[in-house]
Design a protein around this ligand. Sequence first.
Ligand SMILES: [Zn+2]
Length: 251
Amino acid sequence: MSLDFTLTKFHSLCSAVAENYPTLTLSEYFAGAALPERFVIMRHDIDRRPMSALGTARIEAQCGIRATYYFRMNSRVFRPWIMREVEGMGHEVGYHYEALGKAKGDFEKAIGLFGSELKEFREVCDVKTICMHGNPLSKYDDRELWKVYDFRDFGIIGEAYLSAGKDINYFSDTGRSWNSKNNIRDFIPGRREESEVETTDDTIAMIESNRIDRIYILTHPERWGNGMDWGFSFVMDSAFNAGKKMLVAVR
Ligand SMILES: [Zn+2]
């Protein structure tokens, strides 16, 4: 098995993106009255190991890419100095919310928590967009909040799943494969070019072919590492995928 999902491979992916497409942050995409015909959006969900965001953010900055980083609100992930450093490199930082899950389905409690966590984020960074944390083990889907409330009331211009247009082609590293078979919730339904993209090399070839105009790439920087960290994270992901397959099987 050749090594994929290393920072070296991530650098190759970023080079391919930078050489072939302009990039947009999520807030630029949501605010854009006049969007370019072709572009790539690079989104990163920081679910754990926030230091890993610094590695990918630096590589992107070197390549001239401006990406969007969503951090969760918990004591391990919410690290103001890291978030400020990422924002300082020209990237957008947003709020990876899971308020409904934390409130165990209590909508009123959840929206209160959403407001107070967002306030804490805004003391650190300029937050304009939000993104649900799609925990496949939780029975709550945080997007349900927006059937009752409106995130615009909080000065938020877009939600990374709900506000994406139908013209976007979505690719995600969820489960350490670009193929969507490991995704349960971490997916924008019906907005995926059904091409056979499995490895990062496949994704790079797809980008270099220039055959898709609008591409939305989601990665989890904690999965992109070298050496020991990579091995540990790989084992964890494999165990997690095995667990998810069982979940799918019982549905
Ligand atoms: Zn997440």
